[in-house]
Design a protein around this ligand. Structure first.
Ligand code: G16
Length: 543
């Protein structure tokens, strides 16, 4: 067993996006590719010598192989210890928690999140910093520069480490500490939520369906919901993680979690439905016959968080990504707390959370979380919802309806156009960008534009500026459209159009979402010309 230095060519284009580096699995499996990126991570953080890291992933195809490579590279780079989930499994929020719990020097998470997995699908690697959160732009930029520069990587030539048993194993000088992926996370949830109350809820016949989508939350949800809270066996469906997620998209939205939606809108719907994604950081909440949009979910959680033990003292502030609806802004105003608007990407919440300026944050892309970790957290959101349902003794429909009556309703939808030729997507962006300056004060199809810009974020904590984060047009009365390019797709370009329209109520709170948004959709076509430029008549995915 020895450290060997292997040559690698610098591989172009390994720029980490909104959530680490995501590529097709065969790209990651090319000789030296994963190794190049991992070495770049170590180089970018001044080496791994003497450091401790967390390692785990969502179990998708190549997860196990990649974990072995990373362990051997960590050993060769002089790391002192790597804490790894049994079987190389850790959900993203559980990894974030372990980084914080053990005050490590960061962690490497293997996942392409909600993207499909398998030999021909997607794989991903991301680095989280010692605060437990995704690396900020300064770090991802340094990794990118390193990956284009380095010519060799260090590798420890040894047999694979047995990750199937909990305990400590030596790999050269380094200690590999294999831990149960679920127990520390479950213990944290017990502290944040009223488990006794939730046990009573289930004991009294409350019925729930949790769709783990054959992804990483299966074991977490089964342990917490069925074993610790006494939910009926079978509450968790698709609970066995599979390397290809059973062939589906592990993406908890009405399109990809169709079976759950059908059940929740069917004749024998349970009281509560939820789903989580590949790596466990996203969530979707569905009531009996009612879908809760992620933006509304964030607003309801902010308004009711004080009902759960972990947030009894109230919340200090909230943050949402720019494309997320302004529903939570209205709650913040009512509570008299600050509301921050950040670019898309969980990493932008990190500074605000670390500085204690916000307690809850969320994104339209099915992400919600709090200061308990530095990632969005799917099961956490589900448990907070359950805690609120139990405390209020009301259904999801009642909670949402009462919320809209009090705060008004921000009708909201996102239209995705996937796998577009990059030049076409850029042409659409440019069509709108070129008109931004002339829009304010003008009327487009009967709607008055009040403001328009290319969103730039000024981080109030470290003063950094992130420009070019999405084009937005705000209309009188609280309507808005936003256009941006996805940072997580792996095939061509994905264009996202976010649509919003505010109704103060009490009339018009129960309208059809797409019909209510029709005027904003028409204005978007007028301004950006998506159909005209791309030839696409309808979006690929509507959420
Ligand atoms: C990642 C980030 C999220 C972000 C999303 C945006 O999600 O972690 O914070 O909202 O990407 O994706 P896009 O750029 O495609 O709109 P995840 O769940 O994929 O890690």
């Amino acid at each position: 067993m020895s450290v060997i230095i292997r040559e690698t060519r610098a591989i172009e284009g390994q720029k980490p996006g909104t959530s680490g580096l995501r590529k097709k699995t065969p790209v990651f499996m090319q000789p030296g590719y994963l190794e190049n990126f991992v070495q770049a991570i170590f180089n970018a953080i001044d080496g791994a010598r003497g450091k401790t890291f967390v390692l785990g992933g969502d179990g998708r195809f190549f997860n196990d192989r990649a974990a072995q490579v990373i362990l051997k590279m960590a050993a060769a780079n002089g790391a002192a210890r790597v804490i790894v989930g049994q079987g190389a499994i850790l959900s993203t929020p559980a990894a974030s928690h372990l980084i914080r719990l053990h005050q490590t020097d960061g962690g490497i998470i293997l996942s392409a999140s909600h993207n499909p997995g398998g030999p021909d699908e997607d794989f991903g690697v991301k680095f989280n910093t010692p605060n437990g959160g995704p690396a900020p732009e300064s770090v991802t930029q340094a990794i990118y520069e390193e990956s284009g520069r380095l010519r060799e990587y260090a590798f420890f030539d040894a047999a694979d480490v047995d990750l199937s048993r909990i305990g400590e194993i030596r790999l050269g000088e380094m200690i590999v500490q294999v831990v149960d992926p679920v127990s520390d996370y479950a213990a944290m949830m017990e502290k944040l939520f009223d488990f006794a109350k939730l046990r009573t809820l289930f004991a009294n016949g409350f019925r729930m369906r949790f769709d783990a989508m054959h992804a990483v939350t299966g074991p977490y949800a089964t342990e917490i919901l069925e074993h610790r809270l006494g939910a009926a066996p079978g509450t968790v469906v698709n609970g066995r993680p599979l390397p290809d997620f059973g062939g589906g998209h592990p993406d908890p939205n009405p399109v990809w979690a169709r079976a759950l939606m059908d059940e929740m809108f069917g004749p024998d719907a349970p009281d509560f439905g939820a789903a989580s994604d590949g790596d466990g950081d996203r969530n979707m909440i569905v009531g009996r016959g009612i879908y809760v949009s992620p933006s509304d979910s964030l607003a309801v959680l902010a308004a009711n968080a004080h009902l759960a033990p972990g947030y009894r003292g109230g919340i200090r502030g909230v943050a949402r990504s720019m494309p997320t609806s302004a529903a939570v802004d209205r709650v913040a105003r009512a509570l008299g707390i600050a509301c921050h608007e950040t670019p898309t990407g969980w990493k932008f919440f990190g500074n605000l959370l670390d500085a204690g300026q916000v307690t809850l944050c969320g994104e339209e892309s099915f992400g919600t979380g709090s200061d308990h970790v530095r990632e969005k957290d799917g099961l956490w959101a589900v448990l907070l919802w359950l805690n609120i349902v139990a405390e209020r003794a009301e259904s999801v429909t009642e909670i949402l309806t009462i919320h809209w009556r009090e705060h008004g309703r921000n009708y909201y939808s996102r239209h995705d156009y996937e796998a577009l030729p990059a030049a076409q997507a850029e042409e659409v962006m440019q069509a709108l960008r070129s008109r931004l300056g002339s829009l304010p004060g003008t009327e487009v199809q009967g709607m008055v534009a009040e403001a328009a810009d290319d969103f730039a974020y000024h981080d109030p904590v470290d003063g950094s500026v992130s420009a070019g984060q999405g084009l937005r047009v705000m209309f009188a009365g609280g309507s808005r459209l936003v256009l941006r390019l996805s940072g997580t797709g792996t095939e061509g370009a994905t264009l996202r159009l976010y649509l919003e329209h505010f109704v103060a109520g009490p009339e018009g709170l129960a309208g059809d979402v797409q019909a209510t948004l029709a005027p904003v959709i028409a204005v978007a076509e007028d301004l950006a010309g998506i159909a005209r430029i791309t030839g696409r008549k309808t979006p690929d995915v509507i959420t």
